[in-house]
Write a protein that binds this ligand. Structure first.
Ligand code: 3PG
Length: 303
């Protein structure tokens, strides 16, 4: 079996070495790391039976070129970079590796919250997290980890997620709120953890942003597409809210005018830890091995 590991943003060398050890003689592991052009991926996928990617774009062109492909695994959580329809039309299974990098993303979220609460580490009086209300916008693996870390800082945690049973939130000591509007008006700090799907794109809009407390902290370690950037700019102009993000918005240059109230990481680094790289890479490989051996499709995300 030929497996292509295509990562424009490579995994750590330790993670790739471990993958090679596991693959040994059974799997021919070809790695295309740090590639510059989409055409490199289109060329490399031509002989692959399986493909592992991170945020790499798995477009219809890639799928058309991958005439032997049976499975694509997004080593990570969000799979908005994979054209599910194109894969399904060729009977290619698509999986993700949920939970494998969520602690890394959650820790970065708390880092961004502290950074903004302390005026981007510039002189002046900031705020502590203790006693603040933390709102989790979607209680998936990352949201759950952010909630747990937030409690460690002495925050009271609320969450809105229509897909999660209230009992689960209760067990975790998290207050369930009934609407996203309630979450945004109630909390001092909001962590955005929603995926970029049809119903969520630009869903954080004027309406929601206008509900935020005047100096609320909003942190986005999910996807830039979920926020309406024009509305974000107006909200930044009309109040004292702070915005921190691991996904640089298109309006980055304009956002810079808000000084210490805005911070964006230069590149997406949420999942960039040795631990998350190892977890996600090995999970992806094991899922592929299991799929070819037993047909296990547990983490399949397409129909
Ligand atoms: C994810 O969806 O898993 C995270 O956004 C991490 O993405 P990355 O693997 O491209 O860093």
């Amino acid at each position: 079996m030929k497996l292509l590991l295509a990562t424009q943003k490579p995994f750590s060398s330790a993670a790739v070495s471990r993958m090679k050890e596991i693959a040994k003689n059974e799997i021919e592991l070809i790695s295309l790391e740090n590639y510059k052009n989409q055409s490199d991926l289109v060329e490399a996928v031509k002989t692959a039976d399986a493909l592992i990617v991170r945020s790499d774009k798995v477009t219809p062109e890639v799928i058309d070129a991958g005439v032997n492909l049976k499975i694509v695994v997004r080593a990570g959580a969000g799979y908005d970079n994979v054209d599910l329809e194109a894969c399904s039309s060729k009977n290619i299974v698509v999986m993700n590796t949920p939970g494998q990098n969520s602690n890394a993303v959650a820790e970065l979220t708390l880092g961004l919250i502290i950074y903004l609460s302390r005026n981007s580490f510039s002189p002046g009086t900031g705020n502590e997290l203790k006693g603040k209300k933390l709102g989790i916008h979607a209680y998936g693996n990352v949201g759950k980890s952010v909630a747990s870390l937030g409690k460690g800082f002495g925050m009271t945690v609320s969450a809105f997620d229509p897909f999660v049973d209230e009992n689960i939130l209760q067990q975790d000591g998290v207050q369930a709120v009934q609407s996203v509007e309630e979450l945004y008006s109630l909390c001092d700090i909001i962590s955005i953890n929603i995926p970029a799907v049809a119903g969520t794109i630009k869903s954080i809009n004027r309406n929601l942003l206008s509900l935020l407390k005047a100096n609320a902290v909003l942190v986005n370690t999910a996807r830039k597409e979920v926020i309406n950037e024009d509305d974000l700019l107006s909200a930044m102009e009309n109040s004292r809210i702070k915005y921190g993000t691991d996904v640089k918005p298109a309006c980055h240059e304009k956002m810079l005018t808000f000084g210490s109230r805005y911070f964006a990481t230069p590149n997406k680094i949420g999942a960039e830890t040795d631990e998350a790289n190892m977890n996600a890479a090995i999970a992806a490989l094991n899922q592929i091995i299991d799929f070819f051996k037993t047909g296990n499709e547990k983490y399949r995300v397409n129909k």
